[in-house]
Design a protein around this ligand. Structure first.
Ligand code: WQD
Length: 331
C-alpha cells in the first residue's frame, strides 16, 4: 500500500516509517521540521535500505498539502504531525489550537476531496482526563484533558466521530498512546526533544550523560508502593508496530485502541532499571509534585490484542538499553 505519514521524521513517526517499510509498504513522508531534523531521513534510508519521497510541508499550508495528493496515489494516511509539549501548550494555547486543529482539518478535507478515507490518528491517554481508576479501557470515553495539548486530541477525536457520522465510508483508527519511550536498536533514530526535556525518560538520559546535573523526582508521597508516580511505558518500536497492525486490520467506523504495555512502572523503578541495565548513575532529588500529574495509570491493552492481534513485546530493560544506546550515539 502507499501510505502518507505526516510528521514522519518525528520520534514516533520515524519508527513507524521503519515498520511500514519492513512490511513492503511504499511510504511518503510529510514533515515541517518544527520538532524534527532532516538527517532523520538519511537515517531511515540507512536502516531500511529504501528511499522515501519527502515533502517539507506545513499542513497549515493547504495548497502545498494538496500538491502531495495531486502527485501521489495515496491509499491511507497516518497522522502524527502536531505540537505535543504539554507544558508549552499551557503557555501558548492558541498556537496549539490553531496548529493542531487547522492542520488536521486541512488534511481531512483534502483526503475527502481525493476520496481517501483510511485514517489512523495519533491520540493520547491524556484524553481520559482523571477517571478515578488506574487501568484504562477504551469505553471509559473522554474526560477533561489536563492541558490545551490534550484538549486538541479530544477535539480531533470528536471531529472524527462527526466526520464518520456524516459519511460512513470512512475507516478511522484512533490510537491512544500511553508513555512512548525507547529508540530503534540501531541507535540511529530516537527521541530528540527540543530544549530541556519535560518527559521523564529523555531527562534521565541527559542526566546519565552529564548534559543535565540532576533529575527532579516530582513527589514521592503518592499512594503507590514507593510513593512515586506510576505510568505505562511503551517501547516506541512496539508502538510503531501497533500502527502497522491498525492499518492491516482497518475497518469501517471510528475504532479506538489503547497502545500500552498494560503494566505500571514507577519513576524510581525506571531510574533503578536504567542504572542497572546501563551501569550508569542517575543523580536525583525528590521535590514537590508537578501540577496536573496523576498518581497512577496504565493501559488495559486487551482490545488491541483481540482486534489487532497486537501486544507489546519489548521489556523495560529493552527500553532502558535502547534509549541509552541512542543517547550515546548522538552525544
Ligand atoms: C512520567 C512520570 C512524572 C519528569 C506525558 C503527557 C502525555 C504523553 C506522555 C503525549 C510522572 C514523573 C517526569 C521529571 C519526574 N505525551 N517525572 N521528573 O506526564 O505521564 O505524560 O507524556 O501524548 O500526554 O502528559 O509523562 O514523562 O512527563 O512523566 O518525576 O523530570 O515521571 O511526575 O509521574 P506523563 P512524563
Amino acid at each position: 500500500m502507499k501510505i502518507l505519514v505526516t510528521g514522519g521524521l518525528g520520534f514516533i513517526g520515524s519508527h513507524t516509517v521503519v515498520e511500514l517499510a519492513k512490511e513492503n509498504n511504499e511510504v511518503i513522508i510529510i514533515d515541517n521540521l518544527y520538532n524534527s531534523k532532516i538527517d532523520v531521513l538519511e537515517n531511515l534510508e540507512k536502516i531500511t535500505g529504501k528511499n522515501f519521497k519527502f515533502y517539507e510541508c506545513d499542513l497549515k499550508n493547504k495548497e502545498e498539502l494538496e500538491k502531495v495528493f495531486k502527485e501521489n496515489e495515496i491509499d491511507s494516511v497516518i497522522h502524527f504531525a502536531g505540537y505535543k509539549a504539554v507544558g508549552e501548550s499551557v503557555k501558548k494555547p492558541l498556537m496549539y489550537y490553531s496548529n493542531n486543529l487547522v492542520s488536521t482539518m486541512n488534511l481531512l478535507e483534502i483526503m475527502d476531496k481525493y476520496g481517501i478515507k483510511k485514517f489512523v490518528f495519533s491520540s493520547s491517554a491524556t484524553v481520559y482526563g482523571n477517571p478515578g481508576i488506574v487501568k484504562y479501557t477504551e469505553d471509559l470515553g473522554r474526560g477533561q484533558a489536563s492541558s490545551p495539548y490534550g484538549t486538541t486530541k479530544c477535539i480531533i477525536e470528536k471531529m472524527l466521530e462527526d466526520l464518520y457520522f456524516s459519511d460512513n465510508t470512512w475507516n478511522i483508527s484512533i490510537l491512544r498512546y500511553f508513555n512512548p519511550v525507547g529508540a530503534h536498536e540501531s541507535g540511529l533514530i530516537g527521541e530528540e526533544p527540543n530544549g530541556i526535556p519535560n518527559n521523564l525518560m529523555p531527562y534521565i538520559m541527559k542526566v546519565a550523560s552529564g548534559k543535565l546535573e540532576m533529575l527532579s523526582v516530582f513527589g514521592n508521597d503518592y499512594p503507590t508502593p514507593d510513593g512515586t508516580g506510576i505510568r505505562d511505558y511503551i517501547h516506541v518500536v512496539d508502538l510503531a508496530k501497533g500502527h502497522v497492525k491498525a492499518l492491516e486490520k482497518m475497518k469501517e467506523g471510528v475504532n479506538y485502541y489503547n497502545l500500552g504495555s498494560g503494566k505500571g512502572v514507577s519513576v524510581l523503578e525506571l531510574v533503578n532499571t536504567f542504572e542497572k541495565v546501563n551501569n550508569v548513575k542517575v543523580n536525583y532529588k525528590v521535590v514537590g509534585r508537578r501540577d496536573g500529574d496523576l498518581a497512577e495509570y496504565y493501559a488495559d491493552p486487551s482490545k488491541a490484542l483481540n482486534e489487532l492481534n497486537w501486544k507489546t513485546e519489548k521489556t523495560l530493560e529493552d527500553i532502558c538499553r535502547d534509549s541509552w544506546n541512542y543517547e550515546k550515539n548522538n552525544k
